[in-house]
Write a protein that binds this ligand. Structure first.
Ligand code: ADP
Length: 491
């Protein structure tokens, strides 16, 4: 079993309390790694180190050199991608095919993309009237606390670290307690790339202790969080005490919409991608599947048949399409929602149970791809985020009926639509209240394209040039060019 210490001020150190925690392999339930457990005292140390680094070497480094460090890191990750992918799969349970061909390439892409931005962060000159010259400086915010979830452990670290570093901030990152290993391996590469001490500090630990200490810390200038809406609200409240700047990427209950005029084959594959990818543990998952009434039976028949053929099992096997859920708690939560669905009058037309797996996987946290039919949009299974491979199928009559239902949710992270009617597709993109819309596709990402939520799915946009807004602040500078005294008060 691997052991990891905390990464603070460029050093590997035990926690002040000496405590550690064990993270299991979700495919087997067996211990995977023993990790030092940070809490408030360690967060204090990490914030102090990040402050020293911010005031010291890091702020004096040229933008070009910062960019080169980020690029070096992207290359190191690429060189170690297959090993990191295996670690990610062991810690999170996602199929190795996903870790290797999606997560790791996107991690590399994000560091590479933001490496390029380092030298392109600029102020502006403003054409103010009279004798004045006015320009802006776009400066880093300072010390950033970043709290990330367990569903894409390395990718979420990349979304947070890359723009913050490109803009010249220093960081205290807290990985999720369920999946700390990837971030600790990333710390080794950050060290190897040559980032100055204290620029990135990584403090694995629990949310209520290490996470809460970070959100409440007066030495933090900005807190960035990805996770549940419930915890997001807690963080915003805590951060309000110091008016720490906050950005939040929270839950979702995305409508994925199938019109009768769509290519049904494509739409079925898209619906599956929308909900079964990463075991459904995706904040933008298409968990409310709206199907036009006239094609419901045909669509549901195809979807159930294909969901039943999904290969669930050993995530290290390249043929596996779905691995285990991340934890026993998540598995229990999902099972709870299957009971709720039945009580509410929905019909389970596929899955709804744990699969029978032999050998080491008997104790893994596996669940079968699950489809609920006869769901009404006001049922709990259609309103609450389940975060598992569980989709609620809801029917609609026409566009008005659809839009009313699709927007009837507290969330607004993403939405998908399947249709051959181009005007309908764009009309929908305009009318839906969500931060991301996919037309005849789903779950597509690129480091250059912004991602984030409307409504209770959060605020702020990650990736693309928009991410730089989260990690910079604007200073307006006025210069009197006339060389004459201000006349206002006379002599
Ligand atoms: P989930 O419910 O999917 O596990 P959470 O929102 O609980 O998602 O967790 C996302 C991240 O937030 C994790 O790193 C977790 O440790 C952290 N976290 C949980 N509770 C708190 C809290 N009260 N304050 C700060 N961070 C927290």
């Amino acid at each position: 079993m691997n052991k990891y210490q905390l990464f603070i001020d460029g050093q590997w150190v035990d926690s002040e309390s000496g405590k550690t925690f064990t993270t299991p392999n979700p495919a087997t339930g067996q211990p995977l790694a023993e990790v030092a457990e940070a809490d408030k005292a360690d967060v204090d140390k990490a914030v102090a180190a990040a402050r020293r680094a911010y005031e010291g070497k890091w702020s004096k480094m040229s933008a070009r050199d910062r960019g080169r460090l980020l690029y070096k890191l992207s290359q190191l990750i690429e060189q170690n991608a297959s090993q990191l992918a295996e670690i990610e799969t062991a810690d999170n349970g996602k199929p190795i095919k996903e870790s290797l061909y999606v997560d790791l390439p996107q991690v590399v892409e994000n560091f590479e993309y933001f490496a390029g931005w380092s030298t392109k962060i600029e102020g502006e000159t403003i054409p103010v009237p009279g004798r004045m010259f006015n320009y802006t400086l776009r400066e880093p915010i300072g010390v950033c606390g970043q709290i990330i979830p367990w569903n894409f452990p390395l990718l979420m670290a990349a979304w947070k670290l890359a723009p913050a570093l490109a803009a010249g901030n220093t960081i205290v990152l807290k990985p999720a307690e369920q999946t700390p290993v990837g971030a600790m391996e990333l710390a080794k590469l950050i060290q190897e790339a040559g980032f100055p001490e204290g620029v990135v500090n990584i403090v694995p630990g629990y949310g209520e202790t290490a996470g809460a200490a970070l959100a409440a810390h007066p030495g933090i200038d900005k807190i960035a969080f990805t996770g549940s809406t419930e915890v997001g609200k807690l963080i915003a409240k805590t951060a309000a005490n110091n008016l720490t700047k906050v950005s939040l990427e929270l839950g979702g209950k995305a409508p994925n919409i199938v019109f009768a005029d769509s290519d049904l084959d494509q739409a079925v594959a898209g619906a599956m991608m929308g909900i079964f990818y990463n075991q459904g543990q995706v904040c933008c998952a298409g968990s409310r599947l709206f199907v036009e009434e006239s094609v419901k039976d045909q669509f549901l028949g195809q979807l159930s048949e294909r969901a039943g053929r999904i290969a669930v099992g050993d995530p290290m096997n390249k043929a596996t399409q779905m691995g285990p859920q991340v934890s026993a708690e998540q598995l229990d939560r999902i099972k709870g929602y299957v009971d709720i669905a039945r009580e509410e009058g929905a019909t389970v037309v596929a899955g709804g149970a744990t699969p029978h797996l032999d050998g080491p996987f008997e104790k893994g946290y596996f669940f079968t791809p699950t489809i609920f039919a006869d769901v009404k949009n006001d049922m709990r299974v259609a309103q609450e985020e389940i975060f598992g491979p569980v989709v609620s199928v809801i029917t609609f009559k026409d566009e008005d009926d659809l839009l009313r239902q699709a927007n009837d949710t507290i969330y607004g992270l993403s939405a998908g639509i399947w249709t051959r009617d181009i005007t309908r597709a764009h009309r929908f993109a305009k009318e839906i209240k969500a931060g991301v819309v996919w037309i005849n596709t789903f779950n597509v990402f690129n480091a250059a394209s912004p991602f984030g939520g409307y409504k209770q799915s959060g605020y702020g946009r990650e990736m693309g040039r928009h991410a730089l807004e989260l990690y910079t602040q604007v200073k307006s500078v006025w210069v009197d060019l006339s060389g004459r005294p201000i006349g206002w008060f006379g002599k």
